[in-house]
Design a protein around this ligand. Structure first.
Ligand SMILES: C[S@@+](CC[C@H](N)C(=O)[O-])C[C@H]1O[C@@H](n2cnc3c(N)ncnc32)[C@H](O)[C@@H]1O
Length: 206
């Protein structure tokens, strides 16, 4: 199967199952393999959330928290797609802010709603085709995400960050290892085989 046929397979499956992007299968696999969300209902931060598959998966997987507490906060430069959510994004336990995760107002809005038990980032820079440039931009984004982990991920919390592998990514994994009981690199099956993206997981924040 070529990567393009594979892209069609995952994208069509996503549409059939009511998700705007194929990326949902990456989160499902990470969730199934690592038990990322833990045993008690989590409080989650989803960075780089648009068009919204991961957020939709989380909101469908977990019922609203009793007392209407926040279940999920999310941010992206782009808005969320409302094509498949059937009103789920209107849930009171969901907060979304459109903006740059590096900006002060976005940071304040999200940190102020923490601490979170799970931090997810599928944020990816626009690519240029130059692997060195693209990896550098991806690592700069991942650094920002690590700052969110330091600021508003609760002790014991778990994290998954998308990273383009290349010069500097092993250092990032090492820095995750210093902060978490376990650190892993994992490439889900739904990633295109020719892509150099992977996910770095931090399990059990110290
Ligand atoms: C692969 S998509 C995320 C897909 C999403 N997880 C889903 O399931 O629908 C990557 C996203 O990262 C976002 N992004 C990239 N840089 C960002 C930044 N600095 N701040 C916020 N979002 C960013 C892009 O706008 C894009 O929507």
């Amino acid at each position: 199967m070529t990567s393009y046929e594979k892209l069609d397979f995952w994208s069509l499956k996503a549409q059939k199952e009511g998700y705007p992007a194929r990326s949902v299968y990456k989160l499902m696999e990470i969730d199934g393999k690592f038990g990322l969300f833990g045993k008690v209902p989590p409080k989650i931060l989803d960075l780089g959330a648009a068009p919204g598959s991961w957020s939709l998966y989380i909101l469908r997987r977990f019922a609203p928290a009793p007392g209407g507490e926040l279940r999920l906060a999310a941010a992206d430069l782009q808005g969320l797609s409302r094509r498949f959510d059937k009103g789920v994004f209107d849930r009171k336990d969901f907060f979304f802010i459109q903006g740059d995760l590096e900006s002060g107002p976005v940071r304040e809005a999200l940190s102020g709603r923490g601490p979170y038990t799970v931090l997810l980032s599928d944020a990816a820079p626009g690519t240029t085709g130059n692997r060195i440039v693209d990896t550098g931009k991806s690592l700069a984004l991942a650094e920002q995400v690590l700052e969110y982990a330091d600021a508003c991920l609760a002790p014991g919390g778990n994290m998954a960050i998308k990273v383009f592998q290349g010069a500097g990514s092993e250092d990032l994994l090492e820095r995750i290892r210093e902060r978490f009981t376990a650190a892993r690199s994992f490439k889900p099956k739904a990633c295109r085989s020719d892509s150099f993206e992977t996910y770095f997981l931090g399990l059990g924040k110290k």
